[in-house]
Design a protein around this ligand. Structure first.
Ligand SMILES: [Zn+2]
Length: 80
């Protein structure tokens, strides 16, 4: 199973970087650089890569909300 901390290219799935925690804040590490946003192209397939910490955090929040909703629905179905 892929680690949640790996950030991959949307085109080919190549690992572009990984999330690192610095004093409770998430940063993207690409090589020896850590950044809050990163824009460029995948070195493997040329797919445009646009990443920003705010977008990533929003997507993670949405994922959690959807997971919670699913588990609530499953609980409701079991109790019926
Ligand atoms: Zn790629």
């Amino acid at each position: 199973m892929a680690s949640i901390s790996e950030i991959r290219c949307n085109g080919c799935g190549q690992i572009i970087g990984r999330l690192v925690d610095v004093d409770g804040q998430q940063w993207l590490q690409v090589g020896q650089v850590i950044a809050r946003s990163c824009h460029g192209v995948c070195a493997k397939c040329g797919h445009v890569f646009n990443w920003h910490i705010a977008d990533w955090m929003l997507a993670e929040l949405a994922k959690k909300v959807l997971q919670n909703r699913e588990s609530m629905l499953q609980l409701e179905q079991k109790s019926e």
